[in-house]
Design a protein around this ligand. Structure first.
Ligand code: PLP
Length: 407
């Protein structure tokens, strides 16, 4: 039971402190109880907690949209709010589909999508349809729409899929650089650039899902920046409010926006609006988080920490219990290799880490580290140290000798 938190630490109901090693599910950016974000939310409470954005707007949402457009890759000029990563991608898919329908002519045949194998774009039916993680997704297969999968990180395979299905594809959706839920699967350099070029060549839209990679997690504000890529639709959520409140944004180009304009009786409207869309408290937190990025030079001061982290991980990767360490920036996957799933090695590692004062989470037998960008170098060292210790202890506990003794 986590009762409080402070900076990079979570504090449970017994007062025990833990390093928040996965940023409270990949979303905390500047640490917990950040004074600037705390006071921004408090100040917003003195004005209004919630007011609808259906037919109205509010200053925070308008200001935030402007700042997101300024920060995002060139050409993304319009912002549509929702509350979660799942809805941000769901909205991008619906927008891409409807945009192609409203272009008319042969484009109305563009009703399908291409996604990468082992991708994760959220838990709603549309986002699951473009997902590729069997453990999460296979139970819902009868409910899903048909899509085309391409091998992750293999531009040649994407080219092949697009060449075969060219005329029925509305958009390609990717997690740029790092496929988080797949176990921090990383793409080779140049892959994202190649994906953009293929989308242009085949006349399909590119959706970049930066729900996990956005807001500094890969070492730049957005992962797309590493390859100078601008998508047609960009999905943001997790870190958008600094990890304070549920808020998401789907950014679109002017060309896509214009595809929805027309007289009321043409019904070109994007009929999608959530009750809490663009919630003012969440927008206030997001604005304060962007202020913190500027005032604390978050991205700049992150660089030496990334260097230190990967230095520490080199040592960890040399452990006999570790098969591979993958990732980018402060997104790390420590692969413990093939084990009997019933032994739940990854889970055991995270329980062990709790004893030593760190909260981490596994994806199967891949241990994920994703600390807040604000973590100190000392805390970072401690986090890797605890992880190393916990991998050693948990691996020893599932050795044949230890299992025989336990039985
Ligand atoms: C977490 C995640 C989502 C879903 O976000 P929720 O806020 O949990 O709905 C979508 N895409 C990616 C890449 C994610 O990591």
């Amino acid at each position: 039971m986590i009762e409080r938190a402070e900076g990079s630490h979570l504090i449970d109901s017994d007062g025990k402190r833990y390093i928040d090693g996965v940023s409270s599910l990949w979303c905390n950016v500047h640490g917990h109880r950040h004074p600037g974000i705390d006071s921004a939310v408090n100040e917003q409470l003195d004005k209004v907690a919630h007011t609808t954005m259906l037919g109205l707007a509010h200053p925070g949402a308008a200001e935030l949209a402007g700042r997101l457009v300024d920060l995002a890759p060139a050409g993304l000029s319009r912002v549509f709010y929702s509350e979660s990563g799942s809805t941000a991608t769901e909205i991008a898919l619906k927008m891409a589909f409807q945009y192609q329908q409203q272009r008319g002519g042969q484009h109305t045949r563009r009703t399908s999508f291409v996604h990468l194998r082992d991708s994760y774009h959220g838990d709603t039916i549309g986002s699951v349809s473009v997902g590729g993680i069997d453990l999460f997704h296979s139970a819902y297969r009868p409910l899903l729409f048909n899509t085309h999968a391409a091998e992750a990180g293999d531009a040649g395979d994407l080219e092949r899929v697009l060449a075969v299905h060219e005329e029925e594809i509305a958009a390609v959706i990717v997690e740029p650089l790092v496929q988080g839920a797949a176990g921090m699967l990383t793409h080779p350099p140049g892959y994202l650039r190649a994906v953009r070029e293929l989308c242009d060549r085949f006349g399909v839209l590119l959706i970049c899902d930066e729900v996990a990679t956005g807001f500094g997690r890969t070492g730049k504000m957005f992962a797309c920046e590493h390859e100078g890529v601008a998508p047609d639709l960009l999905c943001l959520a997790k870190g958008l409010t600094g990890g304070y409140l549920p808020l998401a944004a789907t950014l679109a180009t002017e060309r896509i926006y214009e595809g929805f304009l027309g007289a009321p009786d043409q019904y070109r409207t994007f009929f999608h609006g959530h009750t809490y869309t663009g919630n003012p408290l969440a927008c206030a937190a997001a604005l304060a988080s962007l202020d913190a990025f500027e005032e604390e030079r978050t991205i700049e001061s992150l660089q030496p920490k990334i260097e230190l982290l990967w230095e520490l991980l080199t040592e960890l990767e040399a452990m006999p219990e570790v098969t591979e360490v993958r990732g980018r920036g402060v997104m790390v996957g420590i692969d413990l290799g093939e084990h009997d799933p019933a032994l739940r090695l990854g889970h055991r590692v995270t329980l062990e880490a709790r004893k030593h004062g760190a909260i981490i989470r596994p994806l199967g037998d891949v241990i994920v580290l994703m600390p807040p960008l604000s973590i100190s170098e000392g805390q970072l060292r401690r986090l890797v140290e605890i992880t190393q210790q916990s991998i050693r202890a948990a691996s020893a506990a599932i050795s044949p000798v230890a299992l025989a003794q336990a039985a």
